[in-house]
Design a protein around this ligand. Structure first.
Ligand SMILES: [Zn+2]
Ligand SMILES: [Zn+2]
Length: 238
């Protein structure tokens, strides 16, 4: 096989560089094309990035009107790059910290998100305490709102994120000895109905959450809370 150099091509080149023959021909015809128009254009006036004064831009990298402004601009760019690098470091650090969290820590964080949702769910729905029915009184001792598990997390860890098992409860009812199992049970029955209550009490499942499951639960309840608040605000506005 014969190797041809560009000069010995069978078909002579009709244009240079990257342009196809068609583009090359059309650029030659069009006086405003990038190939021919440059010389006729009036010098381009642009605003200095620093002081906003107009100056004639001579090249792509010519961004300031004077040496002083150019130095200031370079300094700003350097600071911007440093800020971006720091932000990127923080993102990496946060991801590393998240990856290193223990199982217990992730359970606790998911529980915080879940409980916050439960409190908002019941309070925004206008419910009082699940046990005594009294309204919540955040300003009075013992009156503020807790998220109380009917079947305790110690007795049934698999029900710790179960919405049938957790309700807004006055702090003084949630502390040890603050209520009786009977009062709590009656409150839950009234709220979710007997069949749901019995299904809850019979639930012997034992989900084993992975680290990522716990992250998902945490995120889910953060979003559910946000959604609930947004819907409530919408209802208030309407
Ligand atoms: Zn300037
Ligand atoms: Zn109560």
């Amino acid at each position: 096989m014969m190797n041809r150099s560009p000069l010995t091509r069978k078909k002579p080149m009709q244009c240079g560089g990257e342009a196809t023959p068609k583009k090359f021909a059309s650029r030659c015809r069009n006086p405003l094309s990038a190939l021919t128009a440059k010389a006729d254009k009036a010098p381009k006036q642009v605003a200095c990035k620093v002081c906003k004064a107009k100056y004639v831009k001579l090249s792509m990298s010519h961004v300031a009107c004077s040496p002083a402004c150019a130095i200031e601009w370079a300094k700003r760019q350097r600071e911007k790059r440093e800020r971006e690098a720091m932000r990127a470091d923080r993102v990496v650090d946060r991801a590393k910290r998240e990856a290193m969290k223990s199982y217990g820590k992730l359970v606790a964080e998911a529980q915080v998100a879940f409980n916050a949702y439960i409190r908002a769910r019941d309070v925004l729905a206008g419910h009082g305490c699940i046990d005594c029915g009294k309204p919540f009184e955040p300003q009075r001792p013992g009156g503020s709102v807790d998220a109380g598990h009917y079947i305790s997390r110690g007795a049934a860890p698999h029900l710790r994120f179960d919405e049938r098992n957790c309700f807004a409860q006055r702090k003084n009812c949630n502390r040890p000895g603050g209520t009786t199992r009977e009062a709590f049970r009656a409150g839950v029955e009234k709220r979710i109905g007997l069949s749901a209550l019995e299904a809850l009490e019979a639930d012997q499942s034992s989900p084993k959450w992975t680290h990522d499951d716990l992250r998902t639960i945490r995120r889910l309840y953060q979003l559910k809370l946000k959604d609930l608040r947004a819907k409530h605000a919408e209802g208030q506005a309407a």
